[in-house]
Design a protein around this ligand. Structure first.
Ligand code: GDP
Ligand code: MG
Length: 177
């Protein structure tokens, strides 16, 4: 996190983590470019995208990092986490195994970031209600136990994507004061 010379410009590094194919890259492209890709490949991805936001008249640059497929090999590097002030921890509501992995992702986050890092649990693919495999209640319970914000979202139909990032960014901003 950096503060600009005028004290009115902020750069927040936000990381997106979670199992392969939960929709991390699409959440990011929906947030940064309002784009979605049905056939996105795990290996394709950029390091990060920057989105400028306004909070209380302050310019916030959210630099959101994407794993670019490293997670498939459980090889997300410490450089990926370095300096992160916020994290979106993503699972797929239609695939329970990705929810079961959340604890492991939290352990990894705790290894690399301190407890002040703002955390948001994101149940992605909320459009797949008909094949839901994880209930809202149990996700809420986990979020409460672990001190996470929680939201369900869909990169496909755009539900709560901006909201998820905004809540984390607002929390980081509030923690500065
Ligand atoms: P990543 O490996 O976590 O980065 O996941 P991707 O963003 O590459 O997405 C994996 C697959 O899930 C792709 O086929 C996407 O089109 C699909 N996908 C991503 N987000 C959603 C969503 O919100 N709803 C649905 N139905 N599919 C999604
Ligand atoms: Mg990806």
């Amino acid at each position: 996190m950096e503060e600009g010379a005028g004290g009115e410009e902020y750069l927040f590094k936000i990381v997106v983590i979670g199992d392969s194919a939960v929709g991390k890259s699409n959440l990011l492209s929906r947030f940064a470019r309002d784009e979605f890709d049905l056939h996105s490949k795990a290996t394709i991805g950029v390091e990060f995208q920057t989105q400028v936001m306004d909070i209380d008249g302050k310019e916030i640059k959210a630099q959101v990092w994407d794993t670019a497929g490293q997670e498939r090999f459980r090889a997300v590097t410490s450089a990926y986490y370095r300096g992160a002030v916020g994290a979106l921890i993503v699972y797929d509501i239609s695939r329970r195994s990705t929810f079961d992995s959340i604890k492991r992702w939290l352990d990894e986050l705790n290894t690399h970031c301190d407890t002040t890092t703002a955390r948001m649990l994101v149940g992605n693919k909320s459009d797949l209600e008909n094949i839901r495999d994880v209930s809202v209640d149990e996700a809420k319970r986990l979020a409460e136990e672990e001190g996470l914000f929680f939201i369900e979202a869909s990169a496909l139909d755009s539900t709560n994507v901006k909201g998820a990032f905004q809540i984390v960014i607002r929390e980081v901003y509030n923690n500065l004061r």
